[in-house]
Design a protein around this ligand. Sequence first.
Ligand SMILES: Cc1cc2nc3c(=O)[nH]c(=O)nc-3n(C[C@H](O)[C@H](O)[C@H](O)COP(=O)(O)OP(=O)(O)OC[C@H]3O[C@@H](n4cnc5c(N)ncnc54)[C@H](O)[C@@H]3O)c2cc1C
Length: 292
Amino acid sequence: MKPASFEYWTPTSVDEAVKVLSGLDDPGDAKVMAGGQSLMPLLNLRLSQPLHVVDLNGVDGMADIRREGDTLTVGAMCRQRAVERSAEVSAAAPLVVEALGNVGHPAIRNRGTVGGSIAHADPAAEMPAVALCLDAEMVAQGPAGGRVIPATEFFEGFLTTALTEEEVLTGIRFTADGPGSGSAFAEVARRHGDFAMAGVAVHVRLDGDTVAQARIAVSGVGLTPVRATGAESSLRGATAAEDAFAAAAAATSSALRPATDLHASGAYRTHVVGVLVRRALRTATDRARGNR
Ligand SMILES: Cc1cc2nc3c(=O)[nH]c(=O)nc-3n(C[C@H](O)[C@H](O)[C@H](O)COP(=O)(O)OP(=O)(O)OC[C@H]3O[C@@H](n4cnc5c(N)ncnc54)[C@H](O)[C@@H]3O)c2cc1C
C-alpha cells in the first residue's frame, strides 16, 4: 500500500521545523519524520494518516555527538548505526552501544535514528529502556524555546511521550560512566533483530565489592519501559554477589504484571525478566570491577 496524501515539509533548521509545526491549524495533523523506520510502515499501512509530514533529514546540526565534561549529548538525528560505532559513545555510555546491537538489523540501524526510537516510545524497544536506566535527559525545542525532560517523566504511555505536538526532540543527554561503573543489556527475542519479548538494562556503581548504586529498567512488560525501583533499593549497600542478584531478580519479577499476547504469556515474560536481571547484574558488576 501507499500512504494517504500529505503535504511534505523539508525544513533546514530546528527553528524552521518548529515554525512549520506551530504554524499549522492543528499541529496534531502533522508527523515529524526521522529515519522513517517506524513511521513509513505506519503511513504505508495507513495506520497513520497525517495531513503534514515534516522531514528532519535536511535539518542542520541534529546528528552530532558531543562530550562536554561528564555530559555526552547524542543528537536526535544520529543514525543508530553511527552511534553503535562511535568510540566516544562506547567510552562514555557503553550500555547505549550494547543495546543498539539488538535494534532490528544493520540495514534498519543505518537509517533509524536514536531520537526516533526514543520519540516513538515503543515499550518493547531497547533505547527507551536504556534512556530510563541511565537517567538520560531529553532535550526538546518548541515554540516557547528549549526544555529538558528527564527520562522518568518522558515515557507517558504506549507510543506516547511528554513531547507536545509542536515540539521536536533535538538530543539526548547521558552522564558519562565514572570509575567503578559497569552496565549490561540482555534480552530474549525469538530471532535476533526481532522486537524482544522482554529486555533488561542494568547500570551499577561499585564501592569495593559493595553496590553503591544500581539502576534497572525493563522493556516489553507494560505500556512503557519500567524502572525496577524495589530491586534497585534491595541492591544498594549489598555485596555484589549471587544472593543479592537473586533477591533483585525476585523483586523485579514480583513487581511486574506483563500482559499475555501472541508472542508470550505474562507468566513467561515475568520468568524471563528474572533470569535476565540476574544475568545482566552478573555482567555489569564484572565490568564494574574491571573499571576501577
Ligand atoms: C523490520 C524492523 C525491525 C525493527 N526492529 C526493532 C527492534 O528490534 N528494536 C527497536 O527498538 N526498534 C526496531 N525497529 C524500529 C526502528 O528502530 C526505528 O528506527 C525506530 O523505532 C524509529 O526511529 P526512526 O528514526 O526510524 O523514526 P521514524 O520512524 O521517522 O519516527 C518514529 C516516530 O517518532 C517521531 N519522531 C522521530 N524523530 C523525532 C524527533 N526528533 N522529534 C519528535 N518526534 C520524532 C515520529 O514523528 C514518529 O512518530 C524496527 C524497524 C523495522 C522496520
